[in-house]
Design a protein around this ligand. Structure first.
Ligand SMILES: [Mg+2]
Length: 366
Protein backbone atom coordinates (compact mmCIF):
# COMPACT_ATOMS: atom_id res chain seq x y z
CA UNK A 1 0.00 0.00 0.00
CA UNK A 2 0.99 3.64 -0.37
CA UNK A 3 3.13 4.54 2.64
CA UNK A 4 4.59 7.89 1.63
CA UNK A 5 4.15 10.50 -1.12
CA UNK A 6 6.92 13.06 -1.47
CA UNK A 7 6.73 16.16 -3.64
CA UNK A 8 10.21 17.60 -4.15
CA UNK A 9 10.59 20.98 -5.88
CA UNK A 10 13.71 21.40 -8.00
CA UNK A 11 15.03 23.70 -10.68
CA UNK A 12 17.35 23.08 -13.63
CA UNK A 13 18.10 25.78 -16.21
CA UNK A 14 17.60 25.35 -19.91
CA UNK A 15 20.66 25.83 -22.10
CA UNK A 16 18.33 26.91 -24.88
CA UNK A 17 15.05 28.52 -23.80
CA UNK A 18 11.94 27.49 -25.74
CA UNK A 19 9.64 30.27 -26.95
CA UNK A 20 6.15 29.75 -28.30
CA UNK A 21 2.87 31.66 -28.75
CA UNK A 22 1.51 31.04 -25.24
CA UNK A 23 4.71 31.49 -23.23
CA UNK A 24 8.37 30.57 -22.85
CA UNK A 25 10.41 28.19 -20.74
CA UNK A 26 13.96 28.95 -19.62
CA UNK A 27 14.09 26.74 -16.54
CA UNK A 28 12.60 23.45 -15.46
CA UNK A 29 11.04 24.48 -12.14
CA UNK A 30 9.37 21.11 -11.71
CA UNK A 31 8.28 18.83 -8.90
CA UNK A 32 9.67 15.32 -8.54
CA UNK A 33 6.99 13.03 -7.14
CA UNK A 34 8.17 9.95 -5.26
CA UNK A 35 5.75 7.37 -3.91
CA UNK A 36 7.00 4.69 -1.49
CA UNK A 37 5.06 1.57 -0.57
CA UNK A 38 5.04 -0.18 2.79
CA UNK A 39 7.25 -2.93 1.31
CA UNK A 40 9.84 -0.44 0.08
CA UNK A 41 9.03 -0.12 -3.63
CA UNK A 42 9.49 3.37 -5.05
CA UNK A 43 7.63 4.94 -7.98
CA UNK A 44 8.79 8.16 -9.59
CA UNK A 45 7.25 10.85 -11.79
CA UNK A 46 8.08 14.34 -12.98
CA UNK A 47 5.48 17.10 -12.68
CA UNK A 48 6.14 20.09 -14.98
CA UNK A 49 3.95 23.09 -14.03
CA UNK A 50 2.49 24.89 -17.04
CA UNK A 51 0.64 27.91 -15.62
CA UNK A 52 -0.34 29.29 -19.05
CA UNK A 53 -2.03 26.01 -19.96
CA UNK A 54 -3.43 24.47 -16.78
CA UNK A 55 -2.99 27.21 -14.17
CA UNK A 56 -0.64 25.08 -12.08
CA UNK A 57 2.62 26.33 -10.56
CA UNK A 58 5.44 24.59 -8.71
CA UNK A 59 3.95 25.90 -5.46
CA UNK A 60 0.40 24.79 -6.32
CA UNK A 61 1.56 21.27 -7.21
CA UNK A 62 3.40 20.98 -3.88
CA UNK A 63 0.39 22.28 -1.98
CA UNK A 64 -2.24 20.09 -3.63
CA UNK A 65 -0.12 16.94 -3.26
CA UNK A 66 1.02 17.59 0.31
CA UNK A 67 -2.19 19.01 1.71
CA UNK A 68 -4.96 17.34 -0.28
CA UNK A 69 -3.93 14.26 -2.25
CA UNK A 70 -1.28 12.57 -0.09
CA UNK A 71 -3.30 12.57 3.16
CA UNK A 72 -6.23 10.92 1.35
CA UNK A 73 -4.10 8.34 -0.49
CA UNK A 74 -1.78 7.07 2.24
CA UNK A 75 -2.84 3.53 3.12
CA UNK A 76 -4.53 2.82 -0.25
CA UNK A 77 -3.32 -0.38 -1.97
CA UNK A 78 -1.37 0.54 -5.13
CA UNK A 79 -3.28 -1.98 -7.24
CA UNK A 80 -6.60 -0.30 -6.46
CA UNK A 81 -6.25 2.15 -9.34
CA UNK A 82 -9.97 2.94 -9.48
CA UNK A 83 -9.97 3.84 -5.79
CA UNK A 84 -6.97 6.10 -6.27
CA UNK A 85 -8.75 7.90 -9.09
CA UNK A 86 -11.93 8.20 -7.09
CA UNK A 87 -9.88 10.18 -4.58
CA UNK A 88 -8.03 12.26 -7.20
CA UNK A 89 -11.30 13.12 -8.96
CA UNK A 90 -12.63 14.83 -5.84
CA UNK A 91 -10.28 17.73 -6.61
CA UNK A 92 -11.03 19.63 -9.81
CA UNK A 93 -8.23 20.65 -12.19
CA UNK A 94 -4.62 20.06 -11.08
CA UNK A 95 -4.05 17.81 -14.10
CA UNK A 96 -0.27 17.67 -13.80
CA UNK A 97 -0.23 16.87 -10.06
CA UNK A 98 -2.75 14.07 -10.57
CA UNK A 99 -0.87 12.71 -13.59
CA UNK A 100 2.39 12.56 -11.64
CA UNK A 101 0.85 10.53 -8.83
CA UNK A 102 -0.73 8.22 -11.40
CA UNK A 103 2.57 7.70 -13.27
CA UNK A 104 4.47 6.99 -10.04
CA UNK A 105 1.86 4.37 -9.11
CA UNK A 106 2.06 2.69 -12.53
CA UNK A 107 5.84 2.65 -12.10
CA UNK A 108 5.29 0.70 -8.89
CA UNK A 109 2.72 -1.64 -10.51
CA UNK A 110 5.17 -2.58 -13.25
CA UNK A 111 8.02 -3.00 -10.73
CA UNK A 112 5.78 -5.26 -8.61
CA UNK A 113 5.11 -7.39 -11.71
CA UNK A 114 8.85 -7.29 -12.49
CA UNK A 115 8.17 -6.09 -16.03
CA UNK A 116 8.41 -2.95 -18.14
CA UNK A 117 5.45 -0.60 -18.13
CA UNK A 118 5.35 -0.97 -21.94
CA UNK A 119 4.97 -4.77 -21.66
CA UNK A 120 2.37 -4.39 -18.95
CA UNK A 121 0.22 -2.03 -21.04
CA UNK A 122 0.44 -3.54 -24.51
CA UNK A 123 4.04 -4.35 -25.42
CA UNK A 124 3.77 -3.36 -29.07
CA UNK A 125 7.36 -2.21 -29.69
CA UNK A 126 10.53 -1.13 -27.89
CA UNK A 127 11.21 2.19 -29.62
CA UNK A 128 9.60 5.35 -30.96
CA UNK A 129 10.59 7.66 -33.76
CA UNK A 130 11.45 11.05 -32.26
CA UNK A 131 9.94 14.40 -33.26
CA UNK A 132 11.75 17.47 -31.96
CA UNK A 133 9.87 20.62 -31.07
CA UNK A 134 11.47 23.80 -32.43
CA UNK A 135 10.65 27.13 -30.74
CA UNK A 136 10.50 30.67 -32.11
CA UNK A 137 13.76 31.85 -33.67
CA UNK A 138 15.13 33.47 -36.81
CA UNK A 139 15.06 31.27 -39.88
CA UNK A 140 18.84 30.94 -39.93
CA UNK A 141 18.97 29.81 -36.28
CA UNK A 142 16.16 27.30 -36.84
CA UNK A 143 17.96 25.81 -39.83
CA UNK A 144 21.16 25.51 -37.78
CA UNK A 145 19.26 23.81 -34.96
CA UNK A 146 17.59 21.34 -37.30
CA UNK A 147 20.91 20.59 -39.01
CA UNK A 148 22.54 19.95 -35.65
CA UNK A 149 19.75 17.62 -34.48
CA UNK A 150 19.83 15.78 -37.80
CA UNK A 151 23.61 15.33 -37.62
CA UNK A 152 23.84 14.37 -33.95
CA UNK A 153 20.73 12.28 -33.42
CA UNK A 154 19.36 11.47 -36.87
CA UNK A 155 16.08 13.19 -36.00
CA UNK A 156 13.92 13.59 -39.10
CA UNK A 157 10.60 14.83 -37.68
CA UNK A 158 10.06 18.39 -36.49
CA UNK A 159 7.22 20.28 -34.91
CA UNK A 160 7.61 23.99 -35.52
CA UNK A 161 6.12 26.41 -33.02
CA UNK A 162 4.19 29.07 -34.92
CA UNK A 163 1.54 31.68 -34.12
CA UNK A 164 3.71 34.80 -34.36
CA UNK A 165 2.96 38.08 -36.02
CA UNK A 166 3.95 39.02 -38.63
CA UNK A 167 2.81 35.61 -39.77
CA UNK A 168 5.23 35.60 -42.69
CA UNK A 169 8.10 34.95 -40.24
CA UNK A 170 6.56 31.55 -39.49
CA UNK A 171 5.69 30.82 -43.11
CA UNK A 172 9.30 31.51 -44.06
CA UNK A 173 10.70 29.21 -41.35
CA UNK A 174 8.48 26.31 -42.44
CA UNK A 175 9.24 26.75 -46.13
CA UNK A 176 12.98 26.99 -45.40
CA UNK A 177 13.03 23.71 -43.45
CA UNK A 178 11.17 21.88 -46.21
CA UNK A 179 13.50 23.38 -48.83
CA UNK A 180 16.72 22.60 -46.94
CA UNK A 181 15.89 19.17 -45.52
CA UNK A 182 13.73 17.69 -48.27
CA UNK A 183 10.49 15.79 -48.62
CA UNK A 184 11.44 12.93 -46.31
CA UNK A 185 11.32 15.09 -43.18
CA UNK A 186 8.05 14.91 -41.21
CA UNK A 187 7.01 18.50 -40.61
CA UNK A 188 4.12 19.92 -38.64
CA UNK A 189 3.18 23.14 -36.87
CA UNK A 190 1.75 24.15 -33.49
CA UNK A 191 0.22 27.63 -33.08
CA UNK A 192 -0.62 27.46 -29.36
CA UNK A 193 -3.70 29.57 -30.20
CA UNK A 194 -1.53 32.48 -31.37
CA UNK A 195 -3.54 33.32 -34.48
CA UNK A 196 -7.20 33.88 -35.14
CA UNK A 197 -9.21 31.70 -37.52
CA UNK A 198 -8.66 33.94 -40.54
CA UNK A 199 -4.89 34.11 -40.03
CA UNK A 200 -4.80 30.35 -39.59
CA UNK A 201 -6.62 29.81 -42.86
CA UNK A 202 -4.25 32.21 -44.60
CA UNK A 203 -1.24 30.22 -43.35
CA UNK A 204 -2.75 26.88 -44.37
CA UNK A 205 -3.23 28.24 -47.87
CA UNK A 206 0.30 29.69 -47.96
CA UNK A 207 1.83 26.36 -46.85
CA UNK A 208 -0.39 24.15 -48.99
CA UNK A 209 2.49 22.80 -51.04
CA UNK A 210 4.95 21.85 -48.26
CA UNK A 211 3.11 18.73 -47.05
CA UNK A 212 2.46 19.46 -43.37
CA UNK A 213 1.64 16.20 -41.57
CA UNK A 214 -0.40 17.95 -38.86
CA UNK A 215 -1.44 21.37 -37.69
CA UNK A 216 -2.07 21.94 -33.99
CA UNK A 217 -4.09 24.56 -32.04
CA UNK A 218 -3.54 27.29 -34.64
CA UNK A 219 -6.34 29.42 -33.17
CA UNK A 220 -8.30 29.18 -29.90
CA UNK A 221 -10.93 26.43 -29.86
CA UNK A 222 -13.17 29.01 -28.20
CA UNK A 223 -13.49 30.62 -31.65
CA UNK A 224 -16.04 27.86 -32.19
CA UNK A 225 -17.27 28.73 -35.66
CA UNK A 226 -13.86 29.73 -37.00
CA UNK A 227 -12.15 26.62 -35.59
CA UNK A 228 -14.70 24.28 -37.12
CA UNK A 229 -14.39 25.99 -40.49
CA UNK A 230 -10.65 25.32 -40.49
CA UNK A 231 -10.99 21.71 -39.37
CA UNK A 232 -13.68 21.02 -41.99
CA UNK A 233 -11.92 22.67 -44.89
CA UNK A 234 -8.40 21.35 -44.52
CA UNK A 235 -7.39 17.80 -45.33
CA UNK A 236 -4.50 18.06 -42.85
CA UNK A 237 -5.31 16.45 -39.48
CA UNK A 238 -5.94 19.25 -36.95
CA UNK A 239 -4.53 18.30 -33.55
CA UNK A 240 -6.28 19.28 -30.33
CA UNK A 241 -3.80 19.69 -27.49
CA UNK A 242 -4.37 22.24 -24.71
CA UNK A 243 -8.04 22.68 -25.71
CA UNK A 244 -8.68 19.02 -24.86
CA UNK A 245 -6.58 18.11 -21.79
CA UNK A 246 -8.83 15.32 -20.41
CA UNK A 247 -10.55 12.25 -21.91
CA UNK A 248 -13.94 13.97 -21.62
CA UNK A 249 -12.63 17.11 -23.33
CA UNK A 250 -11.13 14.98 -26.13
CA UNK A 251 -14.48 13.27 -26.67
CA UNK A 252 -16.27 16.64 -26.80
CA UNK A 253 -13.65 18.21 -29.09
CA UNK A 254 -13.97 15.37 -31.60
CA UNK A 255 -17.75 15.42 -31.45
CA UNK A 256 -17.88 19.19 -31.84
CA UNK A 257 -15.41 19.19 -34.71
CA UNK A 258 -12.79 21.25 -32.88
CA UNK A 259 -10.11 18.90 -34.18
CA UNK A 260 -9.47 15.69 -36.10
CA UNK A 261 -6.37 14.37 -34.30
CA UNK A 262 -5.37 14.25 -30.63
CA UNK A 263 -2.24 15.01 -28.64
CA UNK A 264 -1.67 12.74 -25.66
CA UNK A 265 0.67 14.04 -22.98
CA UNK A 266 1.40 11.66 -20.14
CA UNK A 267 2.47 14.68 -18.05
CA UNK A 268 -1.15 15.83 -17.94
CA UNK A 269 -3.18 12.61 -18.24
CA UNK A 270 -0.79 10.19 -16.57
CA UNK A 271 -1.10 6.59 -17.71
CA UNK A 272 -4.71 5.92 -16.67
CA UNK A 273 -6.35 8.80 -18.54
CA UNK A 274 -3.91 8.46 -21.46
CA UNK A 275 -5.21 4.89 -21.78
CA UNK A 276 -8.76 6.22 -21.95
CA UNK A 277 -7.81 8.70 -24.68
CA UNK A 278 -5.91 6.01 -26.59
CA UNK A 279 -9.00 3.76 -26.40
CA UNK A 280 -11.23 6.49 -27.69
CA UNK A 281 -8.95 7.51 -30.55
CA UNK A 282 -7.89 4.03 -31.60
CA UNK A 283 -11.53 2.89 -31.65
CA UNK A 284 -12.55 5.84 -33.82
CA UNK A 285 -9.62 5.97 -36.22
CA UNK A 286 -8.26 9.27 -34.92
CA UNK A 287 -4.53 10.01 -35.26
CA UNK A 288 -2.63 10.27 -31.97
CA UNK A 289 0.43 12.44 -31.50
CA UNK A 290 2.47 11.96 -28.33
CA UNK A 291 3.04 15.51 -27.23
CA UNK A 292 5.80 17.13 -25.21
CA UNK A 293 4.99 19.21 -22.18
CA UNK A 294 8.57 20.45 -22.30
CA UNK A 295 9.47 17.35 -20.37
CA UNK A 296 12.65 16.31 -18.64
CA UNK A 297 14.15 12.91 -19.35
CA UNK A 298 12.14 11.43 -16.49
CA UNK A 299 8.94 12.81 -18.05
CA UNK A 300 9.98 11.71 -21.53
CA UNK A 301 10.67 8.16 -20.30
CA UNK A 302 7.02 7.90 -19.24
CA UNK A 303 5.86 9.10 -22.68
CA UNK A 304 8.17 6.65 -24.47
CA UNK A 305 7.03 3.73 -22.28
CA UNK A 306 3.36 4.52 -22.89
CA UNK A 307 3.74 5.20 -26.61
CA UNK A 308 5.68 2.02 -27.33
CA UNK A 309 2.88 -0.05 -25.79
CA UNK A 310 0.48 0.37 -28.72
CA UNK A 311 0.40 0.38 -32.49
CA UNK A 312 -1.62 3.59 -32.67
CA UNK A 313 0.73 5.54 -30.40
CA UNK A 314 3.94 4.34 -32.03
CA UNK A 315 2.85 4.94 -35.61
CA UNK A 316 3.81 8.60 -35.69
CA UNK A 317 6.90 10.40 -34.38
CA UNK A 318 6.67 11.23 -30.66
CA UNK A 319 7.81 14.51 -29.12
CA UNK A 320 10.29 13.13 -26.60
CA UNK A 321 13.54 14.99 -27.22
CA UNK A 322 13.20 18.49 -25.77
CA UNK A 323 15.21 17.53 -22.70
CA UNK A 324 18.14 18.04 -25.11
CA UNK A 325 17.66 21.78 -24.54
CA UNK A 326 18.25 21.43 -20.77
CA UNK A 327 21.59 22.00 -19.06
CA UNK A 328 21.24 18.89 -16.92
CA UNK A 329 18.68 16.30 -15.80
CA UNK A 330 17.87 14.20 -12.75
CA UNK A 331 17.72 10.99 -14.81
CA UNK A 332 20.66 8.71 -13.97
CA UNK A 333 20.53 6.57 -17.12
CA UNK A 334 20.22 9.05 -19.99
CA UNK A 335 17.84 8.55 -22.90
CA UNK A 336 19.81 7.85 -26.04
CA UNK A 337 18.49 8.99 -29.39
CA UNK A 338 20.08 7.02 -32.19
CA UNK A 339 19.14 7.30 -35.88
CA UNK A 340 16.11 9.34 -34.86
CA UNK A 341 14.69 6.73 -32.46
CA UNK A 342 14.44 6.51 -28.65
CA UNK A 343 14.19 3.13 -26.94
CA UNK A 344 12.25 2.12 -23.87
CA UNK A 345 14.17 1.12 -20.77
CA UNK A 346 14.32 -2.64 -20.18
CA UNK A 347 14.25 -2.21 -16.42
CA UNK A 348 11.06 -2.98 -14.50
CA UNK A 349 8.86 0.12 -14.36
CA UNK A 350 9.10 2.78 -17.04
CA UNK A 351 12.78 3.53 -16.68
CA UNK A 352 12.91 6.59 -14.45
CA UNK A 353 16.12 6.54 -12.42
CA UNK A 354 17.17 9.43 -10.24
CA UNK A 355 20.77 10.45 -9.68
CA UNK A 356 20.83 11.13 -5.90
CA UNK A 357 23.66 13.66 -6.11
CA UNK A 358 21.87 15.67 -8.77
CA UNK A 359 18.62 15.63 -6.84
CA UNK A 360 20.49 16.86 -3.78
CA UNK A 361 22.08 19.64 -5.83
CA UNK A 362 18.98 20.86 -7.69
CA UNK A 363 16.27 20.43 -5.06
CA UNK A 364 14.91 23.64 -3.61
CA UNK A 365 13.60 22.36 -0.27
CA UNK A 366 16.93 21.72 1.51
MG1 LIG B 1 0.81 21.88 -28.50
Amino acid sequence: MIAKIEAIPYCIDYAKPLRFASGFVDKADHVLVRVTTNNGLVGIADAPPRPYTYGETQESILAVINKIMAPQLIGTPVEQNARVHEVLKRTVGNNVAKAAIDIALWDIKAKTANTTLTAMLGGYTDRLQVAHMVGFADTRDVLEEVQDLTDRYGISAYKIKVGRRPIHDDIEVCRAIRREFGDEVVLYIDGNRGWNARESQYVLKALEDINLRFVEELNPASEGFGRRQIVQHTNIPFVVDESAPTPTAVWRALQDGDGSAVSIKTARTGITDSLRIWGLCSSGGVDIVLGNQIDTQVGSMATIAFGAAFYETSLLPAEVSNFLDMQDDLQAEPIEIVDGYAKISQRPGYGASIDPDKLEYYRLDK
